[in-house]
Ligand binder design. Structure first.
Ligand SMILES: [Zn+2]
Length: 429
């Protein structure tokens, strides 16, 4: 058992009440950590990332541009770097390590960029490079077999092969220890057609997998109107993707009537302001989504649009920009999105909460320094105060993976050196 003692506040327990004192987490080790001056929260759940992009941040030609220019610029950079297991593994290691240091204990990696001629076996190798990176660093991973203009049959065969190789017989595509989950989903109606949505839907229904896609960033809406004369959600509904088990990221340009349709369909949502705001793609009306009863999580999206995988920083941003598109979101609401809200979209009631029946993922945030002095409400202060705040300790499944702000699982500097060396061999810009 791992016991955290003397917390200033413990939030996110299954019963919902906030309290002070001690928290016991299931663990194979017997350990007690004094967390006086600290707030304890559930581990954060980043519901939308593209881990590969962690190796492709701040690239020339990717800022202040339309998505139609951004997509080919990014794709060309991936091509120059090379689609191979080493590249995928290093990019994923950097992304998950950065996330853990920021309190993210679970990440959903929507992997969209596959070499188009790759065999199903080759895609298994690429996926395995990503999943073993997450396992080595110690973060839970939801690997989303995505698609961006892939051949529909190839995408479906690849998803089947990844499931068979990496999660054989796993119910709902979740490993017995809960560290790995498989989901599927095309990038969006701007890139993939009816056949790909149908093929991946079929794989998901056959195996009970969650489905994830992206919709209603402004360019997505523009392309849907131009190609089909319809709005993205009209197409998703017709293609069988407004159904329970589907989570849609972004949803910036969404009308009141569309929000009602999403709610009635039982779809969940992911807000990604750390991508949408700097790229100028819009701000999702989160208060309206929540008021309609839509489970809404929080994601960073990838390094090509959001150069950091810092979910708490994006929670702060979500709060700050919410007042521009509706009533301002309270800090506890946004913290709930970054934990339980994201977990709901992944179908994981074991994540995003603390207490009985949960997986034992927690963050310990030190609020004893000057950045928090004079803050009346230390829980609200987690988001409002101290921009860039990182957790002192991070626990995944009762195991301390970040201790005193440092990873216990891998050597951070060695990982940085390995990615740098790889990028020197195949420059991306
Ligand atoms: Zn995205």
């Amino acid at each position: 058992m791992l016991t955290l003692t003397n917390a200033v506040a413990i939030v996110g327990e299954v019963d919902g009440a906030e309290r002070q004192g001690d928290l016991v987490l299931p663990s194979t080790a017997e350990e007690t950590i004094d967390v006086g001056d600290c707030v304890v929260t559930p581990g954060l759940v980043n519901a939308h990332h593209h881990l590969l992009q962690s190796a492709f941040r701040t690239l020339p030609g990717t800022r202040g541009v339309a998505m139609s220019a951004w997509l080919p610029t990014m794709a060309a950079a991936y091509g120059r770097a090379g689609h191979d297991p080493e590249m995928y593994g290093l990019a994923a290691s950097v992304g998950v390590a950065e996330g853990l240091l920021c309190g993210v204990t679970t990440v959903a990696d929507h992997h969209l960029n596959w070499p188009h001629d790759a065999s199903a076996d080759a895609t298994v190798e690429l996926a395995a490079a990503t999943t073993s990176a997450a396992r080595e660093v110690g973060q839970r991973l939801v690997f989303v077999r995505g698609s961006a203009r892939d051949d529909a049959a190839r995408a479906a065969a690849s998803a089947e092969a990844i499931l068979a190789a990496l999660l054989p017989g796993a119910p709902g595509g979740v490993s017995a220890d809960g560290m790995l989950q498989l989901a599927v989903g095309p990038a969006g109606v701007h890139s993939d057609g009816r056949e790909t949505f149908a093929a991946l839907r079929e794989v998901a229904l056959r195996h009970g997998l969650r489905r994830r896609t992206q919709a209603n960033e402004q360019v997505d809406t523009a392309i849907a109107l131009e190609h089909y004369g319809r709005r993205p959600l009209d197409l998703l509904e017709e293609w069988g993707w407004l159904e329970p088990g589907v989570t849609i990221a972004h949803l910036c340009d969404v009308t009141e009537a569309e929000i009602a349709r999403l709610a009635a369909a039982g779809v969940s949502a992911t807000h990604a302001p750390g991508c949408d705001v700097p790229m100028g793609w819009g701000v999702a009306p989160v208060a309206a989504l929540l008021a309609a009863g839509i489970a809404t999580g929080l994601g960073t999206s990838g390094g090509g649009s959001n150069d950091a995988g810092h979910l708490l920083a994006d929670a702060r941003l979500a709060m700050q920009v919410s007042g521009l598109v509706g009533p301002q979101l309270p800090a506890r609401t946004v913290l709930g999105m970054a934990t339980a809200g994201s977990a709901a979209g992944l179908g994981r009631s074991d994540l995003g909460h603390l207490g009985p029946g949960t997986a034992g993922d927690a963050c310990v945030w030190d609020v004893g320094g000057v950045a928090d002095a004079g803050i009346a409400d230390p829980v609200a202060g987690l988001l409002w105060g101290s921009p860039g705040r990182r957790p002192r300790h991070v626990i995944v499944g009762g195991r301390v993976v970040v201790h005193d702000y440092r990873l216990t699982t891998i050597d951070e500097q060695e990982l940085v050196a390995r990615l740098r060396e790889r990028l020197r061999r195949t420059p991306v810009a």
